[in-house]
Design a protein around this ligand. Structure first.
Ligand SMILES: [Zn+2]
Ligand SMILES: [Zn+2]
Length: 259
């Protein structure tokens, strides 16, 4: 059994199901370790502060409560529960992120580029009216931010590195040059990419990163941790099974952190 850890699971401390149910599902699935990595944004920008309060993404305020919950659950379930975070990354927020991570001292942080200059990568709406050229420019900008994230050395893990491929309007704009620049950045950094199963069993139907991107990374010695990006309990065993199959087919194993 090669897949013993899942480093990317959400709970009701952001947009997932109740913490206790997520941990119970991870234990039932036979995992030895689960990382509760709730969404968090610590930008001082006014509109982002307003938005996160509207969506109830308040881990920057609620992490002490979640920490107590994780401590209690660690005594009741036979697996390691990591007190982790999925932080929105933008270059201009680097100082705020560094101060926050220093102060809070999570077990580890996952960094994510969910937005580029305020535009949500995962929503089709901003891109339907764009020309091909504009879409290409947006995807270029996305990968530049991702390289900035990896180079910032703020994070143990970089999430869903080709997230733009999830969005139909942006799919297919990722190039071999993007693969190469991101691979170079990982080779120079402590940050490792995850293989993300958030859309492998629905919608997009593929892992992040996509096969040719994975090949480019692995060719140059960059390995992956597993992150199911589960938001509901059932997703944890289902995506674990998908990962088992994935790694068995390739006769390889994911890497493990913090052992
Ligand atoms: Zn994410
Ligand atoms: Zn996530």
């Amino acid at each position: 059994m090669s897949v013993t850890h899942d480093y990317h699971v959400h709970s009701n401390y952001s947009d997932g199901t109740v913490l206790r149910q997520m941990v119970a599902a991870a234990a039932d699935a036979g995992l030895a370790g689960v990382g509760i990595a709730d969404h968090c944004n610590v930008s001082a920008r006014e509109w982002l502060m307003r938005e996160k309060r509207e969506y109830g993404m308040n881990l920057d305020q609620t992490y002490p409560l979640r920490r107590d919950g994780i401590e209690g659950l660690s005594e009741q379930f036979d697996l390691r529960i990591f007190d982790a975070v999925e932080l929105d990354y933008a270059p201009r927020d680097e100082d705020d992120i560094a101060v926050f991570l220093d102060e809070v001292d999570f077990d580890y942080a996952i960094g994510s580029v969910h937005r580029v200059d305020g535009t949500n990568v995962q929503s089709s709406t901003p891109f339907t009216g764009m020309s091909e050229r504009e879409r290409r420019a947006f995807v270029d900008d996305y990968y530049e931010r991702l390289v900035d994230l990896v180079e910032s050395e703020l994070f143990a893990i970089a999430a869903h590195v080709d997230l733009v491929e999830r969005t139909p309007e942006l799919r297919g704009y990722t190039t071999a040059d993007h693969h190469a620049m991101v691979t170079d950045a990982f080779r120079r950094s402590r940050t490792v990419p995850e293989i993300n199963a958030g859309r492998v069993l629905r919608g997009y139907g593929e892992y992040h990163p996509a096969p040719d991107f994975r090949a480019a990374l692995r060719e140059r010695g960059v390995e992956f941790v597993t992150g199911s990006d589960s938001h509901e309990p059932d997703e944890i065993p289902n995506r674990k099974a998908a990962f088992e199959e994935f790694f068995a087919e390739r006769e390889s194993e994911p890497i493990r952190l913090f052992d």
